[in-house]
Write a new protein. Sequence first.
Lengths: 112, 112
Amino acid sequence: SAVISQKPSRDICQRGTSLTIQCQVDSQVTMMFWYRQQPGQSLTLIATANQGSEATYESGFVIDKFPISRPNLTFSTLTVSNMSPEDSSIYLCSAKTEYGYTFGSGTRLTVV
Amino acid sequence: AQSVAQPEDQVNVAEGNPLTVKCTYSVSGNPYLFWYVQYPNRGLQFLLKYITGDNLVKGSYGFEAEFNKSQTSFHLKKPSALVSDSALYFCAVQAAGNKLTFGGGTRVLVKP
């Protein structure tokens, strides 16, 4: 199954700044996804990252706040823009493979 | 719309005893169901999936799950729990657009 390298693993950021999270997959995948998770809680889908087109966002998430890039079939980035303490969370990327879904190890973001 | 329910926030079990983590789902059409485990500060690890075929699915680390269409359930089981099985477990259903919808998660605590 595919392996995803996600970085950074954690960061502490000042409010009003932006952070870009990267995910690299070791094989080509058609679909990639970005999730948000409060520690110990369930995962909430932010958006589906589409290669060659704009991401598809879920209700409550907008492109201006969470711009996503998907330049090729192995890489995607999520930017958390103009951060506030409410954005403190764990962000995970995921890829759909022929075997199912694989996940990155997550980025723990703290906004101060 | 699809949904997944994990009715127990936490399950406590003694080491060596059987472990069951409950999951019920609601989805139109045939369900594709998954179980994942998450250890502290880690991403989600795939345990098993049901797509079609035999209702009893065997997965990683000695886990298995039984698909019950009439009860719309997909409970995760392990005959003999280990202390190292202590983690957060998620049930998920694949819906339209290949998106996963997750249950709320169940924390498993296996006591020595």
